[in-house]
Every structure is written in structure tokens, then in C-alpha cells.
Design a protein. Sequence first.
Length: 314
Amino acid sequence: MSETVKGVLAMVAACIVWGLSPLFYKLLAEVPPLEVLSHRTLWSFLIFGMVLLVQGRLGMLRAALGNWRHLVVIALAGALISLNWFVFILSIQIGHTVEASLGYYVFPLVAVALGFLALGERLDRLKSLAVMIALLAVVVLTLGLGAAPWIALILSGSFGLYGLIKKSLDLGPVVSVTGEVLVLLPLALVWLWGVNFAGWTGFVGRPGGFFGPSSGVTALLMLSGLMTATPLILFSYATKRLALATVGLIQYINPTLQFLVATLVFQEVLTIWHAITFMLIWIALALYSIAGLRQERSLRRASVSSGTPSTTDM
């Protein structure tokens, strides 16, 4: 089996886990979202920490956290990914998984816009058109529903900013993510203490402390770490073996599965405004994908003509 095929399989597996994760978090609907998030942080750290220990790379984590610039960036990235996780969990609990899937559809276009605004990256005509169509889709949904799709905007915006911040880190993905959950770990532990021993309820006003009394819920809360770590490790494995355009195309499996779960399994209402919005977003993503494939071919041709291997194949 070639390295490319291994990369495709890993990327597909990661997207399937992400895409079907609403089914998992729906099983934890009785647990307040901050408590779920805290457990996800705790168990993710333990899994990532064990991976680094086995790989003998804990020293890299210590070095990263000992660098003030790295520490600040890791803390900011941790705050953004924590917000993303929390809103995603909350969206499932309150029956807005359709809007969450929209957020992950919009994310690639948000990333393109952020690259243009923050990094001065050039946009060709197709990518510019794709971003404008995505903006039109958000306006249509806002006017149609009478309110902005905040869940989709927060999910796509937080993940886009997360990716932008991570560009400044010269660390491997497992090391950086471990650092992020480690920075968040004290807050998670304080919250878990509060809901289990001090009767804290949080802004949702629901009592917590679900770890322990029910063996089934306890096991699910522990598995939330595996649900977080596994696809991220698979994603890291895939990105080292695939062209970025290929990664981008396969990644659409994630929001597509979320959309299908929301409409077919959870039977969430899909209004005419949602339908129009998704149609516009799919058109925008098609244009974006075509532009990405063209760019990839240009890079390959330039690599062949110069006699150097393409970095996307390494």
C-alpha cells in the first residue's frame, strides 16, 4: 500500500469520526456542556501525553511551554479551540446540529478570507467569487431567519482563527495540541471539582457531577478524550502524505455526515432558507475546490520543471 493511499484512508477515517461525533455527544445530552468540555480536555491531555511519552517527545513539550512566545500562542490557540468545542457540544444539545455542519462547511472559505486579510495571501478569481458567495449565503440565512447564524459563524470563525494562530508555531501538531489542552487543564479540573463537590451549575442552570454515579455516562465521558485525540492524530498522519488540495476535498466528508445525521437521525427542521444557504455554500465550495486543484497542478508542473520534488508529496 502506497503512502498516498495510507494518507487517504487516514483522512477519510478522521472525517468519519468527526462527522459522526454528533451521535456520540447526543448520548451525553444530559451532561451540561461545560462539564463535557472539561472531561474532553482532561482525557485528551492524558491520551496526547501518553503518545508523546511513548514517542519520547515530552521534552519538546517542556521546551515549547518554556518559551514565552510559544506559551502565549499556545494559550490563545487553546482558548479558541476550547470555544469551538464548547459551541459544537452545545449546538448538539440544543438541536442545532444543522447549523454546526454549516459552520464546518464555511470554515475553508473563512480560512481563505483570513489568509487574505491577515497574511496578504493572494486570491484568484475563483476563490474571491467563492468567498463572496459564502458571504451572500450568510446574509440570506440571516435575513430569512431574522437572526444571524451565530453557531455557524462562531464555529467557522474560531476554527479559522485557530488555524491562523497555529501558522506561527513551528511545532508538530501533537506537541502543540497537547500544550493547548495542558494550558486549559487547570480550568477543567477546577470546574470538575465544582460540579462534583460544590454544586456548581454553570450558565445552563443544570446540576452536574455525572462522573461516577452512572458507569455508562462515566465511560462515555472518558471516551470523549479518545474521540478528540484519534481523528487529530489521523489528520496529522494524513497531511504529511497528501497534497493540501486532496486534504481539503476529503475534509468535506465531515460536515456532510454532520448534516445527514442532523436531518436524517436527529430530524432537525431544515427551512427553505437553510436549503438556499447550503446550496450557495456548496457552489462556493465547488469553486474553491476547483481553484485549489488548479493551484496544485501548477505547483506540480513548477516542481517537475525545476527538477525538485513537490513538498506536498513528501
